[in-house]
Design a binder for this molecule. Structure first.
Ligand SMILES: [Zn+2]
Length: 456
């Protein structure tokens, strides 16, 4: 695998036309014969093909006829462990505490910065193939290595270090880390990497989970995030055991969310991952504080349980979609997660209410979760998440003319219920193609002359 220079990604104005454009804007506009004109990294115009061609074709360095393929905002994967990509398959079919203490922590705590770079590179390639243009790292090893890979691939990301300052069973190299170390390290990473790679990389703060965080770490993280105007990524209410530990050690009646509310940790810039074991009162706390939630359907089904997604959406919480890491999902495709989210949450109605309700999580809602709600979750909806004039050109091209997606009676339904990862053909991030006709442009995923992946 090697870096390539001088690829065809440098055109400054691009006109894409003759496409079905699903904008995901606030009016849910769909152009059946649409076009978009891109100037550098931004969408300059969007509308009917004849109009856009008439106004802008003389300004376009490249004009591309998409032959009625579907054009969408880039998908946003709001919970990914890039460090875990090389650990795919090391922790299948075990309970969460075994998964964490005996499989993942020993693996992660031995990673070098180069391992992190390679793991993120491999993860990023898989994400791009499923149409992802932006992801939120859940908290991993060596942000420096992650940032190198993200910059090279051309992706957009909110990077977060894995942060723990207490708890049982920590590997020796992590056990000595103090609260001050955790805060200082993240401040340094923020200074060095925030807003780098043409603004595609942002640095967030992390809390791995409440059982590995002191109250002081929680409160300082909250305050530093406010000061830096950045987000916090944290696993929240994953399993009943977690709530039990919080009840036993932190003097609250319910669980993690109740405790976080009590110490005033809940705020608009918190992205809570999973959030499976929450009651109605706690959903109220999350909603009132403006907290965002990342729903990871496959990972939840493997280890955590049914999250109360419909209730959280009804309470106005922006719920988005994540794949989680390779050892807790195995498939790192947001396309698969859309399909699963829809089915699991319809199935949950039977489990929760004893009766079916196929209206739960309709296709349009699921598509919002993967796009505009994703953008809200990563605090970037002023620039991404929908195709609108002035927003960044983060775009996915889907070819619906293959066996998996024909016939195309309803575009939105087909995107959620029929689309496979293989239908994603091209991906643009920040106005530059990063995958074209299924070929990743900035690294050569087929070459192994650096021997980078020979051990796999
Ligand atoms: Zn996770």
């Amino acid at each position: 695998m090697e870096a390539k220079s001088g690829s065809s990604t440098s055109a400054t104005t691009i006109l894409l036309h003759n496409a079905v454009i699903v904008t995901m804007d606030s009016d849910s506009r769909v152009f059946q014969n649409g076009a978009v004109f891109i100037d550098k990294d931004k969408i300059k115009a969007i509308g009917q093909s004849p109009d856009i061609l008439h106004q802008f074709s003389h300004l376009a360095h490249h004009t591309l006829d998409l032959h009625r393929q579907i054009l969408l905002p880039g998908f946003i994967n709001t919970h990914v462990h890039t460090s875990q990509q090389l650990g795919r398959g090391i922790a299948d079919d075990v309970d969460l505490m075994t998964w964490l203490h005996h499989r993942i922590w020993p693996y992660e705590s031995n990673m070098t910065q180069e391992d992190s770079y390679l793991s993120t590179l491999l993860c990023g390639i898989e994400l791009i193939h499923s149409g992802v243009t932006c992801f939120a790292e859940a908290g991993g090893q060596h942000v420096e290595g992650m940032a190198r890979a993200v910059e090279l691939l051309g992706l957009r990301a909110c990077l977060t270090e894995s942060i723990m300052d207490s708890g049982k069973g920590l590997p020796a190299s992590w056990g000595t880390r103090t609260t001050d170390d955790c805060i200082q390290s993240q401040k340094k990473l923020y200074e060095k990497h925030h807003n780098t790679a043409d603004g595609r990389i942002r640095v967030w703060l992390g809390i791995r989970q409440i059982m590995n965080a002191t109250d002081r770490l929680l409160l300082e993280t909250r305050d530093v995030a406010r000061e830096l105007k950045t987000g916090i990524h944290m696993h929240v209410a994953e399993i009943p055991y977690e709530n039990q530990v919080v009840r036993d050690t932190r003097n609250v009646d319910d669980g993690t969310v109740t405790f976080l509310d009590k110490i005033e940790f809940l705020q608009e810039n918190l992205l809570a991952a999973h959030t499976v074991w929450v009651n109605d009162t706690e959903i109220g706390f999350l909603s009132r504080a403006g907290v965002k939630v990342s729903h990871c359907p496959a990972s939840a089904m493997r280890m955590l349980g049914f999250a109360r997604i419909r209730e959280m959406l009804n309470a106005g919480i922006p719920v988005s979609l994540g794949t989680d890491g390779a050892p807790s999902n195995n498939r790192m495709s947001i396309v698969d997660e859309m399909y699963l989210a829809s089915l699991i949450n319809k199935g949950r109605e039977v489990y929760a209410k004893g009766t079916t309700d196929p209206t739960a999580l309709p296709a349009e809602t699921v598509l919002e979760m993967a796009t505009i709600n994703g953008a809200k979750s990563v605090l970037w909806d002023d620039e991404i998440g929908s195709l609108e004039v002035g927003k960044k050109a983060d775009i996915v091209v889907v070819n619906p003319f293959s066996w998996s997606m024909v016939p195309l009676h309803d575009c939105i339904s087909n995107l959620v219920y029929c689309m496979r990862t293989e239908n994603v053909v091209s991906v643009m991030c920040n106005g530059k193609w990063i995958m074209k006709d299924k070929k990743i442009l900035n690294v050569d995923e087929c070459r192994s002359d650096s021997n980078a992946f020979e051990f796999i």
